[in-house]
Design a protein. Structure first.
Length: 256
């Protein structure tokens, strides 16, 4: 069972090939983290690197997206890589799931804060770090919701290891830039949303969580042909009347 799980992990994440650095919205609050990760992964000598990077930030700051991009881009360059979301496995016995991971060129481990109540998983992550340091090759990138010494880990030695590299914060995209993010996101997904419609979404749903939920629902309705659309130039994918009706319905849905 563990061998099969490990094989699936090495195969990668769903739609990993769709992710690349061009799909990430960069602004002042995440540029440092983006530049650091992209320069590292796109380098031609990653095997000679010895970089440990700790990303942190609130939910919807984009840290998971950036990790998945790093994994995807590493695969495109034929680097042995893994993306591992600890939130999906925290209730499992770590056993030997991560055995051999230290030999990969790019290691991306998401949501490490989720193991703060599991001594077994903290010990496994600690052990992996030590094995990777012994090899001294490639990139080891983790992500959490806060800096390592504020998460609440119970293993002091793990905290020390997590603080040993470069720690970078990603901020949530502010409201004034959110319309640009929505337009870019929709374009990357093969759709079309003009800036006026994006601003309407933000004005009605003034937080990134509800805006993304609304955009997902719009896309689902369009794909299921439950909303009319138009390809007229500069109008966006959705007809103005249908778009306004959706806004009203979705606002009522959120209020229930």
């Amino acid at each position: 069972m563990e061998e099969e799980l490990y094989r699936q992990l090495l195969l990668g994440i769903t739609n990993a090939g769709m992710e690349d650095f061009n799909s990430f919205y960069v602004f002042d609050g995440n540029k440092c983290a983006f530049d650091c990760i992209s320069n590292l992964i796109l380098s031609d000598d990653i095997e000679h690197q010895n970089q440990f990077i700790y990303l942190y930030g609130n939910e919807y700051c984009g840290k998971s997206h950036l990790l998945k991009i790093a994994f995807s881009e590493a695969q495109k360059k034929d680097y042995p890589a893994i993306y591992f979301d600890l939130s999906q496995y925290v209730d499992m016995d770590p056993g030997t799931i991560l055995e051999g991971v230290e030999d990969l060129s790019v290691i991306c481990i998401d949501n490490v804060d989720k193991i703060k109540n599991s001594w077994e998983w903290q010990s496994e992550l600690f052990s992996l770090y030590n094995r990777w340091m012994s090899r001294r090759s490639g990139a080891f990138i983790v992500a959490a919701n806060d800096v390592a010494d504020n998460v609440g880990f119970s293993k002091p030695d793990l905290i020390t290891r997590l603080l040993s590299g470069v720690t970078l914060e990603l901020e949530v995209v502010p409201l004034d830039l959110l319309p640009e993010l929505l337009v870019m996101r929709e374009k990357w997904r093969g759709g079309e949303l003009n800036i006026k419609q994006a601003k309407t979404l933000v004005n009605n749903f003034p937080n990134i969580v509800d805006c993304l939920k609304a955009l997902d629902e719009l896309d689902n309705m369009w794909m299921e042909k439950k909303i009319k659309y138009s390809f007229r130039r500069n109008e966006g994918k959705f007809q103005p009347k249908a778009f306004d009706e959706f806004i009203a319905r979705f606002k009522n849905k959120l209020q229930k």
